[in-house]
Design a protein around this ligand. Structure first.
Ligand code: NAP
Length: 323
């Protein structure tokens, strides 16, 4: 199969952690951009990005990185996106497409939008793919294969720009869907943010137990706890920002969750086996639905073939997870 034509001449990546470095690797592997310029906040990360050869050029500031770029993707914690937009706004090339990868979209639209020039395009995006690892070494080219990337263009965004970014993500292996920013935040609150909060909570609860030792918790963790510990190892800065910026949607889901926990608590207290069985049977069917649409399997995602990708995915020692 032939390689796709270059879609953008110059990609500027602002932030090169798990997501930024995976974009760099995938965009290179698929030949979808002419060149990549990257920047990161700390000199250590910039040095590592250069050592790994993830970009054609590594520069010190975001303002310098965006000069002459026709695609700019901001890959940093959600809470820092507004300040970066303010810095790059005046330095963007006319017609440049600016995007991001943040896990919360309403805040990104509100914080970045006002700083970006009218002669360009702003198409926020969220690749629903990730692992619990961080930094430029953690990324891999196959991270987005068969995963969803959700685009949340503000009203009146040029459709051609949305289509172009959608094509970029498809070439990286993702399936693309478009939705309103606030709807995205409600959907992700239940599918990603609440599960992370539960994992952070349960691992903390186990850590504070007095009657069960920490070594027992580790030793017998295969009984379900182990999966929570993996999720609870996710980056604290990223997840702090997710809960601060998606407060309303998370509180709404948390309220519903607490009501359901209360109902199950009551069923256990009353010995109501019928209620427990009915609940567990319903949730088992949901799991089957996820398997049926290919959003999980015993095999890690990066091992799955993608019909349109010319390159063989490399095996990786990570469990991919939709964040
Ligand atoms: P990461 O591996 O921790 O990398 C974060 C990058 O952002 C690093 O280059 C870091 O620079 C930079 N950074 C951190 N704080 C900053 C600040 N205040 N100002 C400027 N740059 C800053 O994070 P990641 O997992 O790639 O996540 C990046 C974004 O992707 C987040 O918005 C997250 O919500 C979203 N996302 C994450 C996942 C996931 O599973 N991890 C999935 C989908 C979307 P230094 O290294 O120099 O500190």
């Amino acid at each position: 199969m032939s390689k796709p034509a270059t879609l953008f001449n110059r990609l500027a990546l602002i932030g090169v952690g798990l997501i930024g470095s995976s974009i760099a690797r995938a965009a290179r592997a698929q030949g979808v951009v002419g060149s990549i310029v990257a920047t990161a906040r700390s000199p250590e990360t910039r040095r590592r990005v250069a050592e790994l050869g993830l970009a054609d050029q590594v520069v010190e500031t975001s303002a310098v990185a965006v000069e002459g770029a026709d695609l700019v993707i901001v890959c940093i914690p959600v809470g820092a996106c507004g300040a970066v937009a303010q810095e790059i706004g005046p330095r963007l090339a006319p017609g440049a497409l600016v995007s991001d990868v943040g896990s919360v979209k309403g805040t990104v639209v509100r914080d970045m939008g006002p700083h970006l020039p009218k002669n360009g395009h702003f198409v926020p995006a969220h690749p629903v793919a990730g692992t619990e690892f961080s930094g430029p070494d953690a990324g891999f080219a196959e991270l987005f294969v068969n995963r969803w990337c959700i685009l949340t263009p503000p009203k009146n965004t040029d459709q051609a720009a949305v289509d172009r970014l959608a094509e970029f993500w498809r070439l990286l292996g993702a399936n693309v869907e478009t939705m309103a920013p606030d709807h995205h935040d409600m959907v992700l609150a239940i599918t990603s943010h609440l599960p992370h909060l539960i994992a952070y909570t349960i691992v903390g609860t186990a850590d504070e137990l007095e009657t069960v030792t920490r070594s027992e918790v580790l030793k017998f963790s295969a009984g379900g706890f182990r999966d929570f510990t993996r999720i609870a190892a996710s980056d604290p800065t990223m997840w702090r920002d997710v809960f601060l910026t998606n407060k309303d949607a998370v509180l709404e889901m948390l309220g519903r969750f607490n009501e359901d926990v209360a109902a199950l608590t009551m069923a256990i207290r009353r010995g109501d086996g019928e209620a427990l069985f009915a609940h567990f049977a319903r949730t088992r069917a949901i799991r089957k639905g996820i398997l049926d649409i290919g959003q999980d399997s015993a095999a890690p995602d990066f091992g799955r073939p993608h019909p349109d990708l010319p390159h063989e995915p490399l095996p990786k020692p990570y469990a991919a997870d939709g964040d």
